[in-house]
Design a protein around this ligand. Structure first.
Ligand SMILES: CCCCCCCCCCCCCC(=O)SCCNC(=O)CCNC(=O)[C@H](O)C(C)(C)COP(=O)(O)OP(=O)(O)OC[C@H]1O[C@@H](n2cnc3c(N)ncnc32)[C@H](O)[C@@H]1OP(=O)(O)O
Length: 209
């Protein structure tokens, strides 16, 4: 099933993924609650018996969710007028692993901008987001930017310059733009801005498929 609307971007391998007209509110709700659980889990200092009791609640929830499952986790839908992958680990509002990266805006030049708020569960250096997650945000942003430019492609090379620590608990702006094409190779750059300062920059080569 496909559902292409003008002005939206198509994901890799979108052809066979079910496309929902809207993201079910309960899907987003569950993911949000699990994110809160993860955040509470890394901050908690309760006694061992309370940790055990909480673990039993989580086990019960997991068993409930496993009662009926889909073969493939990928679902597509729409958010802010753009097609999104509901269970993508960076932008997916239905994936608790995803911060998620939201609010995609595209300016008249085609440059993209999104936001994300990462909590303490994403910490690498003290008070700072883990570098792998910084790279993930940028990888996703350049992938999105080239798709928006009409060249959906996979990253083959991503160079990240970590300029300063990216704080957690602070809204991040993730910018990216398509910068050129050479055969199947597509080029893009991006950066993360926190509190008005650029914390990381990326340049990427992607290959169209
Ligand atoms: C859902 C909602 C919609 C949203 C959609 C948008 C958002 C989604 C955002 C998601 C974002 C998620 C982001 C992700 O997670 S992307 C996932 C991470 N990336 C991958 O898994 C890609 C793994 N790589 C491959 O599978 C293959 O390499 C592919 C298939 C891509 C190309 O293999 P293929 O055999 O077909 O091609 P080729 O080897 O002849 O290469 C072709 C050209 O490329 C040049 N080359 C290759 N490697 C490099 C390199 N390292 N540096 C510089 N150049 C390199 C090469 O020299 C050649 O150039 P030329 O000789 O033609 O000049």
């Amino acid at each position: 099933m496909t559902d292409e609307r003008p002005g939206t971007t198509s994901p890799p391998a979108a052809g066979h993924a079910p496309v929902l007209p809207a993201i079910p509110a309960e899907t987003t709700l569950l993911a949000a609650r699990i994110r809160e659980l993860v955040e509470a889990g890394v901050h908690t200092d309760v006694a061992a018996e309370d940790l055990r009791a909480a673990a039993e609640h989580v086990t019960a929830a997991t068993e409930l969710l496993r009662e009926r499952t889909r073969e493939e986790p990928l679902l597509l839908s729409y958010l802010d007028g753009n097609q999104v992958s509901v269970h993508n680990p960076v932008e997916g509002p239905g994936n608790p692993l995803a911060p998620p990266m939201v609010g995609l805006e595209i300016d008249e030049s085609g440059a993209t901008s999104s936001t994300a708020l990462l909590g303490a569960a994403y910490e690498g250096p003290p008070g700072r987001v883990h570098g792998g997650w910084v790279a993930s945000l940028l990888d996703h942003a350049v992938g999105r930017a080239v798709a928006v430019a009409g060249h959906p492609a996979m990253t083959v090379s991503l160079t990240v310059d970590y300029r300063r620590g990216t704080p957690h608990g602070v809204p991040l702006t993730i910018n990216a733009r398509f910068t050129g094409k050479e055969g199947r190779k597509v080029f893009a750059t991006g950066e993360i801005v926190a509190d008005g300062e650029t914390t990381a920059e990326a340049s990427a080569i992607l290959v169209t498929y």
